[in-house]
Design a protein around this ligand. Structure first.
Ligand SMILES: [Zn+2]
Ligand SMILES: [Zn+2]
Length: 102
């Protein structure tokens, strides 16, 4: 199950479960849209993959107890501020490659 992390790893902005600003990589590294797109150039600093918008888990029990009430968002903050100088070097070539070709 997707871990809905509570904040941006880099800037610590709150990203509640219903946030349209949350972005994740395939490993669930979680950033806000501004960090993911403008600061990190759509290159995850941890794996080099691209980001997509984090899906919203339903808040209501539409079917089979698959909702936030039973599977709440994580409250464990994962803060790993990115070294932007190192990231610029890391991402320089990677960002030119479409995420699906990386
Ligand atoms: Zn951020
Ligand atoms: Zn990643």
């Amino acid at each position: 199950m997707l871990e809905l992390r509570p904040t941006c790893e880099h800037c610590n902005k709150a990203l509640p479960a219903d946030s349209l600003e949350a972005r994740i990589c395939s490993y669930e590294c979680t950033f806000c849209a501004t960090c993911a797109e403008d600061i990190l150039g759509n290159v995850c600093p941890n794996c080099g993959g691209g980001f997509v918008q984090r899906p919203i888990r339903p808040s209501k029990n539409w079917k089979g107890d698959n909702y936030l009430g039973k599977d709440p968002a994580s409250t464990k903050v994962k803060r790993r501020p990115v070294d932007l100088t190192a990231h610029a070097q890391f991402a320089a070539r990677i960002k030119l490659i479409l995420p699906e070709k990386r």
